[in-house]
Design a protein around this ligand. Sequence first.
Ligand SMILES: Nc1ncnc2c1ncn2[C@@H]1O[C@H](COP(=O)(O)OP(=O)(O)OP(=O)(O)O)[C@@H](O)[C@H]1O
Length: 318
Amino acid sequence: MNDVLSVRGLTVTVRDKTLVSDVDLTVGPGERVGLIGESGSGKSLTALSVLGLLPEDVIASGSVRLTGVEHELIGADERRMSRVRGRQLAMVFQEPMTALNPTMRIGDQIAEAMLIHRTASGRGAARESAVELLDRVQLPAETLRAYPHQLSGGQRQRVVLALALANDPALLICDEPTTALDVTVQALVLDLIVKGVVARSSALLFITHDLAVVATVCERVLVMYGGRVVESGPVGEVFTRPRHRYTEGLLAASDLETGDRRLTTIPGNVPPAGQFPSGCVFRTRCRHATEVCATTPDWSGSEATGFACHHPVEVAHV
Ligand SMILES: Nc1ncnc2c1ncn2[C@@H]1O[C@H](COP(=O)(O)OP(=O)(O)OP(=O)(O)O)[C@@H](O)[C@H]1O
């Protein structure tokens, strides 16, 4: 099947400085792909190149193709890109206020997103869909009449998600969507993002520096370092058998391995012989506790036959 997003040889420069080098990246239909890397590694510039939202002095070259869009996205003018953004291509950034109009009621903003792209037959139908969209992100119908400043950060980000999903995009790009939120609502927003894309069979490109979040949300991951993709593969493989020294470092520094001293990460599908006393019970205990994690099977006994979770596991004696 054709990829939803195909990025080939993406290079981003500012004046004579190269910020992103020769990035290849694909996202298949309905696939959830994570893009990780330390601060300044080029994750956001890669996403902004796809969205056509780079600052004026920053230049992208290479190729970005999106399913359902005839033309090349690199170099497309704003008129063309504004038809694609919010329709085939939607985004959720870290700060929800930047995506919302402070002077417009939530209901009107969601309805407008559908009317602009002609995905609703009229204002009445658009408002009906807006109520349904808000319900899907667990916000009551009264939210339609609210202004952004009357909502909490978590509620605003759920509105932004409802807006992003309003036109059933082929691809949703999220750039650190929960970083600015209180930890208590982070898990809910992550869960709603996954549910939202799964329900629409939309593909997801998810940018974060948080490896635990990628392990929760994504199926495949690409690791960026110094503007290049240095490693990629299924999340389970990359996080348990990293091939690149930089990925090993990222994993060592992440809270996949630190925190509560009762928590440890089993490197690989089977605990190495002798690492834990026989008769231990290994139980996955995910920080994020989203539905995605709740499906992770519990495993007990000293002879592992399969261990599906790459989150920290709680080790307790029987
Ligand atoms: N407009 C710009 N002009 C010059 N350099 C820039 C510009 N925008 C970004 N950069 C540089 O490009 C590099 C990559 O930036 P980018 O924002 O893509 O990193 P990132 O991996 O998303 O980091 P973070 O996780 O901190 O958001 C950084 O070194 C940054 O300083």
